[in-house]
Write a protein that binds this ligand. Structure first.
Ligand code: GLU
Length: 281
């Protein structure tokens, strides 16, 4: 019997148009999938109702098709799976591995005990065992759910490692240090998940074997590895590629005015031009 083909995925958030950085990531996924006789999926990561829009998701899929990407349909949309994420959150709650957090951004910034790998304030655990918690929850105060990192590490104390693959697919591994994220948010105040929880559940649900994404998500993988262990999920191999930068050395971003693929197309740039420019000719 032949081995199952590897499964790759490109997972954009539809909060703007795709730019060259996204195109590089998508094309690298496609190239690695092609070289390894694998499958390519696209997943729309639209859990954030304040920033994501269905028309932007459609525009992203159209841009990817214009770029010549072939991916399987139907495309998974995270907003259609909130009940699955809520169930996983409830299972962590039943095991005492998450706790409700009522704090505002401002309170967290003021009480912070350092920075997480993304540079955001580390949560000091204010709401863990807070005296007025039950009364505030009963009164309907909006709350997030945070991983209790100490309890999580006690539940799975063994060393963790991230399985990696380089761009040629050669396997490797490195130690994971999820503690650097502290009591990370797993359920937001407005949706019953966070990026970290949804991404590990979806990668498992879709049978993803290879996660190829930007270097900016490398550190988050340590937390993903812990969540996979806590939830009994398989762990894919990870390849984090260098980010494309603008001439000032800043990473490309919609917020910094990097041209979108749609802008480039309107200027007469072709999909072949983009593939060549990104090294995929
Ligand atoms: N949705 C994330 C983004 O657009 C990528 C998540 C991932 O590849 O794990 O930055």
């Amino acid at each position: 019997m032949s081995a199952r083909p590897p499964v790759f995925r490109f997972a954009p958030s539809p909060n703007g148009r795709l730019h060259l950085g996204h195109a590089y990531s998508a094309l690298l996924n496609a190239e690695m999938a092609g070289r390894m006789h694998g499958r390519l999926l696209v997943r729309i990561e639209d859990i954030d109702p304040t920033r994501c829009r269905p028309d932007l998701a459609e525009a992203m899929l159209a841009d990817l098709r214009w770029l010549g990407l072939r991916f399987e349909e139907p495309v998974r949309r995270q907003s259609e799976h909130l009940a699955t994420y809520a169930a996983a959150l409830a299972s962590l709650q039943a095991r005492g591995l998450v706790y409700p957090c009522l704090c505002s951004r401002r309170e967290i910034a003021q009480a912070s005990i350092g920075r997480d790998p993304d540079g955001a304030p580390l949560y000091p655990g204010t709401c863990r065992g807070r005296a007025d918690l039950a009364a505030r929850l009963a009164a309907g105060t909006p709350h997030a759910w945070r991983l209790d990192m100490r309890a999580a590490r006690a539940a799975c104390p063994e060393p963790l490692c991230v399985h990696t693959a380089d761009a040629a697919g050669t396997p490797g591994r490195r130690p994971a240090e999820p503690e650097r994220w502290g009591d990370a948010v797993l359920g937001r105040k407005d949706v019953p998940t966070s990026y970290h929880l949804a991404v590990v559940l979806d990668d498992a649900a879709q049978g993803v074997t290879h996660v190829v994404r930007g270097q900016d998500l490398d550190a988050a993988t340590d937390l993903h590895r812990l969540l996979q262990r806590l939830l009994g999920l398989p762990s894919p191999r990870y390849h984090h590629h260098a980010l494309l930068r603008d001439p000032d050395g800043e990473k490309l971003a919609k917020s910094r005015g990097s041209p979108s693929l749609a802008d480039l197309r309107a200027q007469g740039v072709t999909a072949d031009d983009i593939r060549r420019r990104l090294g995929f000719a």
